[in-house]
Design a protein around this ligand. Structure first.
Ligand code: ADP
Length: 587
């Protein structure tokens, strides 16, 4: 604002300056006459001479309209002359009385006119100088303004830079704090997840150990002489224990899936074998209810399917088990086909039954945890409502979907599809099996065949489990000795000969995995001479893992330690017997 006032003020001063200079030049040009100067509006400048007053207005008006010197005749006085300068100032003047009239003397007239033209030029120059001065003043002002703006901008820039730096530092600190927090949370989560899986593994082990005793001994009790009532009680215990085991397995499975701890295997899968295995397992149940199980598996020759056969079997067992449970005298069909005729696009599994069916409005709900189609189901058929949830979770893990189509009182079809890896088959060595299995897969149990009595070392710390396993081993016609941990087992191997070791995993002093590794080490070193059982060069004693740690990784851990076979607790009597009999037939 102050600059603006400066500017206006300087322009006013300039106008005066021009007039002043003009007047000075005029006085110098016409030294003897009277000279007055007016603005374009007729306002006289400075002390207006008395000699120029008469005829002033007329001379002024004429001069304004003309580009020449005009003359106004006055009675007694000399004429008053007027001339308009290019600056728009009007000069009013008289000439000394001794000079002829300007209009009468063309030379004098020319002289005056040239003087005025010169004045114009001078005024122009003066104007130009003044304008130049004004311009430089303006430039100076602008320069000052510009400098101020530059300073202000620089200041702003510095402030912005400072703010930016502060912001970046804050951001970095925030990110570092967040990263730290996330890392800590991650560590906590990992720890929680580790504790959860440890808890699951321990729970599983702790639950299975007493279940082993209940199922094992009630099974043995059934084989003894009992009256009808006792037999009924024992049978009830057996059935309840079986249901409890199914429930424990379901809950543990679900907890494992939900904590993301279930890893799927990738093995070659024979879909025909999977379906046949399911049928085989449930055929007695089907027979008891007058149900028939049909298996229809498409031809998958020319392509190898890779996936987790155990989990596929688990889903099918669940679905076929349900179909049997909810079908009175009918037919259950297991159907396995490639999706749209191409195994690479997926494999479709379906379990069809002719049972009680499911009402339309309950068909979604049954896949939820602890949910059944209607409350009467539990009363009539039992069950926990966990089976389908587990199936759904497993199918989702395999990247597929599960669903049901059902008509009440007509039957249901449960179907799921999974995308499994497909490979082109290689010519393979059929005798190659996992681990160092001494009993070739699929070898039949030659019961009744004459075979020599074999000697078994049972390594087990739990007294009840010792008792049960000893009874089961003896029933297979074998001798049995017991060691209650790995260290004692090694001691026994020094002085005694055994054909087979049944090895528990979790034991005090020395666990089963360490003991197995130690035995394999001794077998391959000169130290074997000190062990009656391992003395013979090339001897490989068969070790069977027998444990309540039933996870796939536990099984793999046993093979990695050097075991030959793996059995889980609660002991499945049939599998146990088959294993011992097969072994007896081989030695
Ligand atoms: P559970 O059988 O232990 O109750 P599931 O999750 O396996 O648990 O099944 C949930 C419910 O779905 C069953 O209780 C039953 O009501 C219904 N359901 C499952 N399969 C069938 C079937 N094949 N026919 C009729 N109802 C079925």
């Amino acid at each position: 604002m102050a600059d603006l006032f400066d500017d206006i003020f300087s322009d006013i001063v300039d106008a005066d300056e021009v007039a002043e200079e003009l007047l000075a030049s005029l006085v110098a040009t016409i030294p003897y006459g009277a000279i007055g100067l007016c603005s374009a509006e007729g306002v006289p400048f400075g002390d207006f001479p008395a000699g120029c007053v008469a005829g002033k207005q007329e001379a002024f008006d004429q001069a304004l309209l003309s580009s020449d010197i005009v003359a106004v005749a006055r009675d007694k006085d000399e004429p008053l002359y007027g001339y308009r300068l290019r600056t728009s100032h009007v000069i009013l003047f008289t000439i000394p009385p001794h000079l002829p009239s300007l209009l009468a003397d063309p030379y004098l007239y020319k002289l005056y006119l040239n003087s005025f033209l010169l004045l114009d030029c001078k005024a122009d120059t003066a104007q130009a100088v003044i304008e130049a001065k004004q311009h430089s003043r303006h430039i100076e002002v602008l320069k000052q303004q510009h400098l101020k703006m530059v300073d202000a901008n620089h200041e702003q820039y510095l402030q912005l830079q400072k703010k930016e730096k502060e912001y970046a530092a804050q951001l970095e600190a925030d990110i570092a704090a967040q990263t730290r927090e996330l890392r800590e949370k991650n560590i906590q989560l990992e720890e929680a997840s580790r504790l959860k899986s440890e808890f699951l593994a321990n729970m599983s082990h702790e639950l299975r150990t007493p279940m082993n005793a209940i199922i094992g001994f009630s099974g043995l009790l059934l084989d003894t002489e009992q009256n009808a009532e006792q037999e009924d009680f024992t049978q009830t215990i057996c059935t309840a224990a079986d249901s409890l085991l199914v429930l424990i397995n379901d809950i543990l499975d679900l907890a494992k899936i939900e904590s993301g701890k279930l890893d799927l295997l990738s093995e070659k899968v024979d879909l025909g074998d999977v379906a046949a295995g399911v049928k085989n397992m449930l055929k007695s149940q089907a027979f008891a209810k007058n149900n028939e199980i049909d298996v229809v598996v498409a031809d998958f020759t020319g392509v190898e399917i890779w996936g987790d056969p155990t989990r596929l079997r688990q889903i099918l067992i669940n679905l076929v088990g349900n179909a049997l449970k909810f079908t009175e005298k009918g037919k259950i069909t297991i159907r396995i086909t490639p999706q749209h005729g191409d195994p690479q696009r997926g494999i479709c599994f379906a379990v069809e039954d002719t049972g009680i069916g499911i009402a339309k409005d309950r068909q979604d709900a049954i896949f939820e945890k602890f949910t059944q189609a209607d409350s009467s189901t539990t009363r009539k058929f039992g069950g926990t409502g966990l089976g389908l949830t587990i199936c759904q979770q497993l199918v989702t893990l395999m990247g597929g979907e599960i669903g049901v189509k059902s008509v009440k009182d007509e039957g249901s079809t449960f179907f799921f599809n999974v995308v499994l890896e497909t490979r082109t088959p290689e010519i393979e060595d059929e005798t190659k099996v996992q681990g160092q299995t001494v009993i070739p897969a699929g070898q039949s149990v030659a019961t009744g065949q004459a075979s020599r009595e074999i000697s078994v070392l049972l390594v087990e710390d739990n007294i009840v489990n010792q008792k049960l396993a000893m009874l089961l081993v003896k029933r297979e016609g074998c001798r049995v000795d017991v060691a209650s941990d790995g260290l004692l087992a090694l001691e026994k191997l020094r002085d005694n000969h055994y054909d087979l070791i049944l090895m528990d995993i979790q034991m005090p002093n020395m666990d089963g995995l360490t003991a197995t590794r130690r035995i394999r080490e001794i077998e391959n070193s000169p130290e074997r001479g000190e062990f009656a059982c391992l003395k013979k060069a090339g001897n490989h004693i068969t070790i069977v893992g027998l444990t309540a740690h039933a996870r796939a990784e536990d099984e793999q851990g046993c093979y990695d330690a050097g075991m030959d076979l793996f059995l889980t607790k609660p002991i499945n009597k049939t599998k146990f017997s088959e294993t011992l009999q097969s072994f007896k037939n081989l030695v």
